[in-house]
Design a protein around this ligand. Structure first.
Ligand SMILES: Cc1ncc(C[n+]2csc(CCOP(=O)(O)OP(=O)(O)O)c2C)c(N)n1
Ligand SMILES: [Mg+2]
Length: 365
């Protein structure tokens, strides 16, 4: 079993979510023809469904709370893109690392970070994952190798290469998956990172979440190269364009990339073709796209597709889906209560956690 899925089951226990007995739970590998023709095990589908539904319901709530001004500052929702996170996590191993941009609530939720601490971070409370000092764009979970949460477009791309370089240097077989948006691939740092990673065969997986827009600017308006997987060609880097509304496709592409990286063959560039249903951030009227376009993607919703597959393979009945929905609703409401009951950080915290060296000379009393 992928230990991360093990973590997930632990997390569900933590949230007092009853784990419905799974027959034939084993690994994310192909199931035997005798049990079912499903391409993945019941356990894997269960992980995908429950992790993606938690992300969706958690962020729907976060959106409401933002409207009530309980959450302040920036808040970028991942709704619609959930398969990009869950499909990668099921394909990777414990100890592999994750780094992303500011659309960063979903990855830690799927990795098993306590939703209470994520909600508290959104509220800026001291019990948050970053002690309330980071907010929406700066989630972090060292225990689960989740390295954030970065607000500068493209800035996390060289960092991801650095994390993966450390794995190579220390001779582990770990990889780092480095997420970015389609807007980030026009940054110079992206190209420098790709060049270096390929040249030194660094075990990094570059995952471009191509949701079609960088704020209100479509990919077509930015460049004549709209097939973003092609950007790997300049560095002779293997690349794939992936239908990321289908979590199975994400899983398979990440599994292939990870295998290549672990063998010492270096990086892969994956272009996840995805879509965000909500605006860029909370203040986006989204006038740059049509309702029909949004509807067309919603008809291919990743969570609905997994639910349909689970029904088809008899991995879940209506009672199961209702039970999961109810338990996740409770976990989200509990996280709101936890965040509201928590304190804001003490003002004395302001100079802490800025530099590793606590008495760094630029900090004055
Ligand atoms: C270097 C830099 N330039 C501009 C911005 C402002 N900005 C924030 S998000 C964003 C769009 C990025 O879009 P994309 O990379 O496609 O990610 P998405 O929001 O679609 O997930 C921009 C231009 C920034 N944060 N950093
Ligand atoms: Mg984008």
């Amino acid at each position: 079993m992928n230990p991360l899925i093990g973590n997930w089951l632990e997390f569900l226990k933590l949230c007092k979510i009853k784990i419905i007995k799974q027959s034939g739970m084993a690994t994310a590998k192909k199931t035997r023809a005798t049990t079912s023709k499903a391409p993945f095990t019941k356990e894997t589908y269960t992980f995908w469904f429950e992790s993606m539904l938690l992300m969706r319901r958690f962020e729907e709530k976060a959106g409401q709370l933002y409207g009530q001004q309980k959450i302040r500052g920036f808040c970028h929702l991942y709704i619609g893109q959930e398969a990009c996170a869950s499909g990668a996590i099921s394909a990777l191993k414990k100890g592999d690392s994750y780094i992303t941009a500011y659309r960063d609530h979903a990855h830690p939720l799927a990795l098993g970070t306590d939703p209470n601490a994520i909600m508290a971070e959104l509220y800026g409370k001291e019990t948050g994952v970053s002690k309330g000092k980071g907010g929406s764009m700066h989630m972090f979970d060292k225990e689960r190798n989740f390295f954030g949460g970065h607000g500068i477009v493209g800035a996390q791309v060289p960092l991801g290469v650095g994390i993966a370089f450390a794995e190579k240097y220390n001779k582990t077989d770990k990889v780092c998956i480095t997420y970015m948006g389609d807007g980030a691939v026009r940054q110079g740092a992206f190209h420098e990172a790709l060049n270096l990673a390929m040249h030194f065969k660094i075990p990094v997986i570059f995952a471009i979440e191509n949701n079609g827009y960088a704020m209100g600017t479509s990919v077509q308006r930015t460049s004549n190269v709209t097939d973003l997987a092609k950007l790997g060609d300049a560095y002779e880097m293997p690349s794939e364009s992936v239908d990321a509304m289908k979590v199975e496709e994400v899983h398979n592409s990440v599994a292939r990339a990870a295998e290549r990286a672990r063998k010492g063959d270096g990086p892969t560039l994956l272009e996840f073709r995805t879509y965000r249903y909500k605006g860029h951030s909370m203040s986006d009227p989204a006038k740059y796209r049509t309702k029909e376009e949004v509807q067309a993607y919603k008809r291919r919703d990743p969570i609905e597709q997994v639910k349909l597959a689970m029904q088809k393979y008899k991995f879940g009945d209506e009672a199961y889906f209702q039970e999961v929905e109810a338990k996740i609703k409770k976990a989200v409401l509990d996280s709101v209560k936890f965040a509201e009951d928590s304190k804001f950080p003490d003002p004395s915290e302001i100079y802490k956690d800025v530099y590793v060296q606590e008495d760094y000379p630029f900090i004055k009393d």
